[in-house]
Design a protein around this ligand. Structure first.
Ligand code: SF4
Length: 390
């Protein structure tokens, strides 16, 4: 049964942030510098088409932007969070980053595929200490230990996956169905990723932060750290983030800020407080008043009914799903999935213990799924026929 706190109806939507994102730090100068660096980099490429056709396409997009010409489906210019990530990069890395973002944003529209997905989502654990009302963990047929879905990824498996991703994938997100800080090997996992990716991100509910793991996070090569918090109000927070204690999480984040400013004053880690808007009463402004000064930005992500992927009513959505072209999620036991909405892996036919990431991504079964989705046969696929992601 859905919580009465959830009053937002999920529209057919792309995944991502709502427009109500609030910047706490003023990054205008950083963004402008990043745009200049991109323009400078693109204009430094030889006038004939660069060997990478995607970079040539991005260069054309920037030319159109400068001439204020209309953009086509194939055009792409960076914005928002991407510019903050760009600001950290060397010129050499900039080319890689542009190619990665082009693949991430434009390939799904063009139905183009490489040997590897643009993004990899890795789950250090499926276990969580919270039972948030909009999360898969609220489904006891998933989260109860007797159901067999719970476990931690071994360091050995993690390393084998990272070895495949290194040099082939630029974005790795450490999150999915559980709370990453519950895996005792997380510091070693972060260390193993050092210097290998341009967009390494970790999501946490913040409840398990302590002095030791804060140092581990801040001394790592993470580019973005996301704290999952949805409310400025204790009662609402604790009603949404079941098992969470507002004061404890706030104190943990304040400790994080203190350690960051005292020990890592030059840290370029981007921090974000990200909430799921499930209720019209959640306001960005009050979030900023309470959480301002703790993270660089505060955003709300679109609510998708993750807590009931298999029981939501079938819908009329026929638009293709971008997740099928963007990322693979790998669970703690190696099972590979097209998305995390399918948290019980009904769509999955793959495990990275048997096949490489590239073999999975380019497999016939994966392509059959994309083809069915493109052919508007979404209504015949479980749980896609109940999903609003496009
Ligand atoms: S359930 Fe299907 S439509 Fe929804 S995100 Fe996953 S693959 Fe895409």
């Amino acid at each position: 049964m859905k919580s009465t706190l959830i009053t937002v109806r999920p529209p057919s939507q792309e995944k991502g942030f709502e427009r109500t994102s609030l910047r706490i730090e003023d990054f205008t100068a950083v963004e402008q510098k990043a745009q200049q660096a991109i323009s400078g980099y693109l204009s430094s490429l030889p006038p004939e088409l660069p060997s990478d056709p995607d970079l040539a396409s991005i260069r054309r997009s920037y030319s159109r932007l400068l001439r204020s010409e209309p953009m086509s489906n194939e055009d792409y210019v960076l914005s928002g969070h991407e510019l903050l990530e760009c600001a950290r990069l060397t010129e050499h890395e900039l080319g890689r980053y542009l190619a990665y973002r082009y693949r991430y944003n434009v390939f799904p529209k063009l139905q183009r595929l490489d040997r590897f997905p643009p993004c990899l989502q890795l789950e250090p654990t499926s276990v969580c200490n919270f039972r948030c009302i909009m999360c898969y963990q609220a489904d006891p047929s998933f989260s109860h230990v007797s159901q067999g879905y719970m476990g931690h990824m071994s360091l050995d498996l993690f390393k084998r996956i990272i070895d495949q991703a290194h040099g082939n994938i630029e974005a790795v997100t450490m999150a999915s169905r559980g709370e990453p800080l519950l895996n005792k090997d997380l510091p070693a996992m972060l260390e193993y990723c050092r210097g290998k990716f341009l967009a390494l991100k970790l999501n946490t509910n913040g409840s398990l932060l302590n002095e030791k793991n804060i140092h581990s996070l801040l001394s790592s090569d993470l580019q973005t750290l996301v704290f999952s918090i949805d409310s400025a109000d204790k009662a609402t927070y604790e009603a949404i983030r079941v098992n969470g204690r507002f004061e404890k999480v706030k104190a943990n984040l304040e400790l994080f800020v203190k350690i960051k400013s005292e020990h890592y004053p030059r840290s370029r880690l981007i921090t974000r407080i990200s909430g799921v808007r499930i209720n019209q009463d959640q306001k960005s402004e009050s979030m900023a008043r309470t959480w301002g000064g703790i993270a660089d930005s505060i955003t709300f992500v679109n609510y998708t009914p993750w807590e009931s992927s298999y029981t939501n009513p079938p819908n009329e959505v026929v638009a293709p799903c971008s997740d099928l072209w963007r990322s693979i999620s790998v669970w703690w036991d190696g099972r590979a999935n097209p998305c995390d909405l399918d948290y019980k892996s009904q769509l999955s036919k793959w495990n990275v213990n048997d096949l490489s990431i590239s073999e999975i991504w380019t497999s016939k079964e994966y392509q059959d799924l994309r083809d069915a989705d493109q052919a508007r046969r979404r209504s015949s696929i479980e749980p896609c026929r109940r999903c609003v992601v496009t």
